[in-house]
Write a protein that binds this ligand. Sequence first.
Ligand code: ADQ
Length: 493
Amino acid sequence: ADNDDENEDEDEDEHATDTTNTSETDATSPPISVDEPTGGLTAGLDPVLQEANGTWIAWGDGDADFDVTNQRDCVRVPPGDEDYTLRRIDLSEEAVDAYYRGFSNRVLWPLCHGFAELVDERPNDLEWYRTVNERFAAAVADHASDESVVWLQDYHFALAPRMIRQAIPDSASIAQFWHIPWPAPATFDYCPAGEEVLEGLLGNDLLGFHVERYANAFLDCVRRFLPDATVDHEQGTIQYEGQITRVVATPMGVDAESYDQHAHDADADQLLSLFDRYDIPRNSAIGLGVDRLDYTKGIPERLTALERFFAENPSWHGDFTFIQKATPSRTEIPAYARHGDLVRSEVDRINRRFGTDDWQPIVYTEDYVEHDDLCALYRHADVMIVSPLIDGMNLVAQEYVAASVDADGTLLLSDRAGAHERLSSHALTIDPTDVQGFATAIDDALSMPPQERTTRMKALRSNVFDGDIADWMATQFDLLRRVHEGADSSNSA
Ligand code: ADQ
């Protein structure tokens, strides 16, 4: 079961390749069309579901074509092969507002990222969060048997595991991956219905986080807020109400081969056309940032560091251009709207300060960038800046590395991203709030000898290719099988 978060902020077509399949369901329904996503979890899950002949349960977005009378909320896909069932849960606008833009993204998201001051608890949001979790749990119970493996994605389903466990007591294997950080007990203390959230998650056999410190913070919270639970930090297990939950850290990877392949295809001409599109001088070195417009991603801090860099290094004026691709996200939530305004006004101010008729230091775009263009930018960026204030993992950092086929770029990476635990040895580490250190690191990256750049990037590439999305997926299912069979009680993951 998954939330449709990946598609919430952008039109589904924007994630699609050209390969669109269609098939007729019946004489009265329009054809079903399936867009294949270009990468990430969705693309990784598709072959798993095809092989398992399973059921994928997802919230449909506003464009989803629900027609319960024609049972189009439940279809066999992909057209032509019909390998698995896609079950879509139709949510009303009121439900989406309260469940998704409410408890999920006004409460759990800021809280888990340590922004307790941004928690905005509205009267009906928690109740709708419960209701939507119940609807997903009921849909799982419709499709699952006691032999089934149920895999839930992310913070939109904190309550569902326990509900599923109650609906199918004997007993499907239930696992969940929590894609964002988990906070320390002092922060989690602010969570409305915090005990219910923890109890919900303890319906899982297996609960995964990207890195150890989030897994440990979860164990700390259970110990503090559920005194009846038995927490074994060594083994990474929790016993609660007769159920054992194994808590693991399994860092997620990207589809490295696919980024590598697309980047190989992105030649210099494609880059030059991007320079022309954005009015960048053709001899300019390129810096790149690719983020959702989210207050956790550290974009204002990045802009401040770039301003300091340009102030201290006039020789780079006209010769270094920073491209910031920002994807608007959750714009109906006031904290996001304010953040977007701040980013746009800072870009304007810095460009007014340093820009000339022929050159703008920062090219800022919220336009959709085609996947091939994104790969071209990754491949040719001299410096990639990933500077979140906190981030569960950050896949952009890994995508950049996978697409750096010429091994001639440098990654600047915040020590607060989960990705830092994988990539710190050969990226340039930055503290996003240390303006001077950050500005100096940009200078260091641009002045780095080519030999060192290549050595670092080759080491990063082997790391990213060694732990890609397929490895991650296999680890999840292997762990779940072992945990469910009771064959594994060590904390070796
Ligand atoms: P996000 O917070 O969304 O994910 P991130 O990991 O960086 O952050 O993933 C963003 C994805 O969106 C990347 O695959 C990126 O390529 C893609 N993307 C961004 N802008 C795009 C554009 N314009 N066009 C096409 N694609 C674009 C959450 C957590 C992270 C965690 C992931 C996965 O917040 O910490 O790494 O889930 O677990």
